[in-house]
Design a protein. Sequence first.
Length: 140
Amino acid sequence: MYEYSCGAVVFMRVGDAVRYVLVVAPDGVVGLPKGHIEADETERETALREIGEETGLEARLLDGFAHSIEYASPVKPNVTKRVTFFVAEHVSGMPTVPVAELAGVLVLPYAQAAKAVTHADVRRVLEAADRFVCEKITKN
C-alpha cells in the first residue's frame, strides 16, 4: 500500500545569497515541508498548500524540477510513502511555525542546510535542488 505526499525545497534570496527553508519535527527530525495530497488536489497544489501550512510562507513553484523518494512508513506497517518534491521560491511572508505538528522552521545557507537535514534521501533531494536553483539564478 502506498501513501502519497508532496512538498518542496523552498529557497529565499537574501541579497545575492540563497537560503533554504527547513522544518523541524517535535522529535528533532529536520526535513522539507511536505504533506498528504488532499481530495481533488494536484501535486503542485499540495506542495504550495503544505509550504504555507508548515512555514507561513507564500511561494511559487519553478518549472523543471520534480524529484520523488520512497521509504517505509515509520508508523504504519506495510505502507510505503512516496513523496514528490518540487522547487519553490519564496514570494512573501516571514518563516513561522503555524502548525502544532512542527517544532521549528530554519532558514540556512546550503552547506548548513545539508548538514542539518536528518535523512540521506532528503539530503539528496536538497543537493539536486541546490544545483537546479544555482543554474536558474545564474541564467537570470
